[in-house]
Design a protein around this ligand. Structure first.
Ligand SMILES: Cc1cc2nc3c(=O)[nH]c(=O)nc-3n(C[C@H](O)[C@H](O)[C@H](O)COP(=O)(O)O)c2cc1C
Length: 362
């Protein structure tokens, strides 16, 4: 059966379908549990969460499902003590004087103190260990082999994110149990960490078979997979499973703003672009007014997480007042294939479609 793969055996799920971790409150405990209860693997995106909030969410997931689930964290950027304050100040000026931004939001941006080191990665990681989370994944970098071995010795499966063959090899060498390969189509932030972002934009169709040929551990394909056809294609390329983000955004259980869900569902004909405008790190979005207004700054933006902190007041204001033109509408290139559905119904459809797509080749 197609659903019996290296990754389903390794992680103990029935179908090789992983709901992508989506930080920022999108992958709610309800979404994670709904996917795991259907035989897939739900994943909590905890990159922006403080340790007590991670613990609470993990405990809530455990109340909602008895099946395996995962938690994902962001590898912190290397400390750069030489922050270019002139770039920060000019960005503050630009953001605070943007057309339509209310005076009080502009004032909040100008007065930001930019203490971006409030969440400590090692404290976040301690929760994974203490709560004995069954599966842990990370993005934006790699972990020292010692940390990976420590997690694995506690029976915690560890997965890393790669956007190139070189990154996948580096992760395998570091000792991860499986690699998530992120194609250029993928929604949200790029996970690249070895090479420049430009040279790490490899399409999933090109990337998966190259990584599969080089690695011994299971490979999970992610980026632009929205239905059973995509899942069947990824399996045909040699992937042991798929990780899907955008497909789950419109689902009832997803914590995305209703206007964001609507924007994903109605993204036919909309421009889908890579931009660092929201966070200082390249991410794929549905283009909106804010992204266009920031085009002149591409290349000279304060780096992640500074830019992320600078744009937070605008994004909070946009969410409060339902203004999708100023929200971060993270979405993959295949978002026009999204559908309105509960997570469980989507899982049932994905499983049926994959079976049908694979049978059609017989
Ligand atoms: C809204 C959103 C948030 C995301 N947040 C995370 C995250 O916190 N951690 C992570 O490893 N990947 C994150 N990703 C990337 C996904 O893991 C995955 O690579 C991507 O969703 C695949 O492309 P697709 O959206 O076309 O399915 C995010 C993606 C989206 C769309």
């Amino acid at each position: 059966m197609w659903n019996d793969t290296k990754i389903t055996r390794q992680l103990g799920m029935r179908y090789p379908i992983i709901q992508a971790p989506m930080a920022g409150g999108l992958s709610t405990p309800q979404l994670v549990a709904a996917v795991s209860n259907c035989g897939g693997l739900g994943f909590l995106g905890a990159g922006y969460m403080k340790p007590p909030a991670i613990r609470e969410a993990v405990q809530e997931i455990r109340q909602l499902t008895k099946f395996p689930f995962g938690v994902n964290l962001f590898i912190p950027p290397k400390r750069n003590n030489t922050v270019d304050m002139s770039a920060v100040n000019s960005m503050k000026q630009h953001l605070s004087s943007l057309k339509n931004i209310p005076h009080e939001i502009g004032k909040e941006i100008l007065e930001l103190s930019l203490n971006t080191s409030q969440i400590d990665f090692s404290d976040q990681l301690s929760i994974i260990v203490e709560e004995h989370v069954p599966i842990f994944s990370f993005t934006f970098g790699t972990l020292p082999s010692q940390d990976i071995e420590n997690l694995k010795s506690r029976n915690i499966h560890v997965m890393g994110t790669a956007t190139t063959v070189a990154e996948a090899l580096a992760l395998e060498m570091a000792g991860v149990s499986a690699v998530v390969v992120q194609g250029a189509e993928a929604g949200g932030h790029r996970g690249s960490f070895l090479e420049s972002d430009d040279s790490s934009l490899v399409g999933l169709m090109a990337l998966v078979p190259q990584v599969v040929d080089q690695l011994k551990i299971p490979v999970i394909a992610s980026g632009g997979i929205m239905d059973g056809r995509g899942i069947a294609a990824a399996l045909a390329l040699g992937a042991s499973g798929v990780q899907m983000g955008t497909a789950f955004i419109p689902s009832r259980e997803c914590g995305a703003h209703p206007q964001y869900k609507e924007a994903v569902l109605k993204s036919h004909g909309q421009k889908n672009v890579l931009t660092s405008a929201f966070s200082g790190k390249p991410a794929r979005i549905i283009q909106n007014t804010f992204a266009v207004s920031m085009q002149q700054y591409q290349g000279s933006l304060p780096p992640y997480p500074l830019q992320n902190a600078l744009t937070t007041p605008i994004r909070n204001w946009a969410a409060k007042h339902t203004l999708p033109d100023f929200m971060s509408l993270w979405a993959g290139q295949a978002s026009p294939l999204s559908r309105e559905s509960g997570a469980a119904d989507l899982m049932v459809a994905l499983i049926e479609e994959t079976s049908k797509a694979l049978e059609s080749f017989r």
